[in-house]
Design a protein around this ligand. Sequence first.
Ligand code: COA
Length: 261
Amino acid sequence: MEELKNLHIEKRDEILIVTIQREPALNALNRETLDELDTVFSEIDDDPSIKGVILTGAGEKAFVAGADIKEFSQVNEVNGRSMAERGQELFEKIERLSKPVIAAVNGFALGGGCELAMACHIRIAVKTAKFGQPEINLGIIPGYGGTQRMTRLVGKGKAIELLLTADMIDAEEAYRLRLVNYVCESKDSMMDKALEILNKIKEKAPIAVGLIIDSINAVHTSGENGYQTEANAFSKCCGTQDFKEGTQAFLEKRKPNFIGE
Ligand code: COA
C-alpha cells in the first residue's frame, strides 16, 4: 500500500482499523483523504486476511466534521457535480464491500462525516458524539448520498427535518432514531464493542457474510429486485464448501471450520 498521509492503518488480528487523522481540521475530508480512503477500501475485498473493518477518527473531538470547506468553497456548478459523484462512488464502494465495516463515531459526524458513517454497515458511537447534516447552512445540500441514506435509516419525515433545520443530534437521539446501533461510555469501550461485533462475524462463513450484505444492499438499489438477489445469493451459498461444512458440523455437534470456499 502506498504511503498514506491522512489515514492511519492498523491490523488487529484480522480486523483493519482505519483512522482518519487530520485532527487540526477535525478530520474533514479533503480530496487527498478521499483518494486514500479509495486506495485502502479498493484493496480490502481481495485481501483474505482482512475479515472486517473499523473506520474511526483521530482524537476525541471529531469522527469527520464534513467535507473540507476550505477546499470546496471554490467549487462551481460543473465541478460540483464531479465532486458529488466522486464522493458517492467511494461511499458506495464502502457500502458494497463484502466484509463488514463499522463506523466507530468518536465525536462530530457532520455533513460528509455523517454521510460516511451512514455508508458503513453498522454505526456505533461514543456518548459525546454528535450527528448532523449542516450543509443547508452553507447554501448547499448533502452530496455524498446523505439525502438517500438518511431517509432509509431514520425515515422520510425525520430526514427532512434534520436536513432542512441542520439540527445536530447527540448519540442518544441518534440511537433512538436507529442511526446508531450502540452508544458507548468512552472511545476505548466503543472500540472494544466494534471489535467484539467483528470478532463474532469473522467466525462465520465469509461467502455468506458477503452475500448477506449484498442482498440487504439490494433493497436500496433502484431497479434491483431484492428477492431475486436473495434467491441468487442463497443458491450460490448452497454450492459452497462452507455450506457443507456448516451443516455437517451441526449434525456432528461440533463448531464449524469455515474456509471461505
Ligand atoms: N472543513 C474544513 N475545516 C474544518 C471543518 C470542515 N468541515 N470543520 C472544522 N474545521 C476546522 C476549523 O476551520 C478550525 O480550523 P482553524 O483552527 O484553522 O480555524 C478547526 O477545524 C477547529 O474547528 P472549530 O470550528 O474552531 O471548532 P469548534 O469546536 O468551535 O466547532 C464544529 C466544531 C464541528 C461545530 C465546527 O467546526 C463546524 O461547524 N464545522 C463545520 C461543519 C460543517 O458544516 N460540515 C459540513 C460541511 S459540508
